[in-house]
Design a protein around this ligand. Structure first.
Ligand code: C5P
Length: 279
């Protein structure tokens, strides 16, 4: 059987609101996810033997159960009951700790690849449950494109694709840990507040008017270097937003390189119809 090559796109949150704290310690969110052309590449293979082997071209990342892609393969194999060895290869392009969902996307790409090579794939419902156990952003990467989400991010409604608009991602030299950002929310930032509902975005097809992230102030308290990225983008007079829990920030349009130590990626929105396109 030939190995499957799966595209694992980065995501941004064009809108992210905190609705309140839940009894399980997580926060109820309302967010609009969007995949980007920027992507990692994941290869999934099935071989004789047993266990899971993970290779990654970024030596700073773990290649065992410390990597979400490894845990995705292990959990999928347990549920699918497929004997043999699963060999996963990650070619990283998405910056780590940036709020671009690289680890979650790699995990979802492993699941998408394994579903294709399995004689008896998991049902959509079992797959969705597994994705949501792996992490709050993983279910979105099974869908891709533009999507509205509530819950922890797993209650998804597909929104109509946006055109492949140009975007610029600017990342400070340092990442930002998600749990610390949620813990740093003030009482006012934490809510509670009501959700707008998916229809709000269906009725207003202007992404520049969507840009909002309630986690920005908390992320700045955790990682003050994010202010440099926000200030540089603000000086370009373009619509901008921080993505996820940071540290990367996004602007609509293509911009020149930001000055070091900021890092710059010019990319485009990736429509759902091109989720697997290798461009
Ligand atoms: O699900 P994920 O692994 O991305 O979450 C990492 C951490 O971020 C959680 O352990 C929690 O502290 C925080 N989080 C949260 N509410 C969410 C998503 C994440 O409090 N909706």
């Amino acid at each position: 059987m030939a190995p499957y090559v799966v595209i694992a796109p980065a995501k941004v949150n064009l809108f992210l609101e905190v609705l309140g704290r839940r009894d399980d310690g997580f926060h109820a969110l309302e967010t609009v996810f969007q995949t980007l052309a920027l992507h990692d590449t994941v290869t999934v293979d099935h071989a004789p033997g047993d266990g899971i082997t993970l290779h990654c071209d970024d030596p700073s990342l773990p290649v065992d159960a410390g990597n979400l892609a490894w845990r995705a393969a292990a959990a999928w194999q347990r549920l699918a009951g497929l004997p043999g060895r699963l060999a996963i290869t990650l070619t990283k392009r998405i910056p780590v700790g940036a709020g671009l969902g690289g680890g979650s996307s790699d995990a979802a790409a492993v699941l998408r690849g394994l579903q294709r090579l399995a004689p008896k794939p998991l049902t959509d419902a079992v797959l969705a449950g597994l994705a949501s156990e792996l992490g709050s952003d993983v279910p979105f990467f099974l869908l891709g494109g533009c999507a509205h989400a509530t819950g922890r991010g797993e209650v998804l409604t597909a929104l109509a694709d946006l055109p492949p608009l140009p975007v610029t991602v600017v990342q400070p030299a340092v990442g930002c840990p998600t749990p610390a950002v949620f813990a740093a929310l003030s009482d006012v930032e934490r809510g509670p507040r009501p959700a707008r509902g998916a229809a709000w975005w269906s009725d207003r097809r202007d992404p520049a008017a969507w840009l909002h992230n309630r986690l920005t102030a908390a992320a700045l308290r955790v990682q003050p270097a994010i202010a440099e990225a926000l200030a540089w983008l603000a000086a370009q007079h373009v619509p901008l937003v921080m993505t996820g829990s940071g540290s990367a920030c996004l602007a609509l349009g293509h911009l020149p390189d930001a000055p070091p130590p900021l890092r710059t990626w010019r990319t485009t929105l990736r429509p759902r119809t091109r989720l697997d396109a290798a461009d």
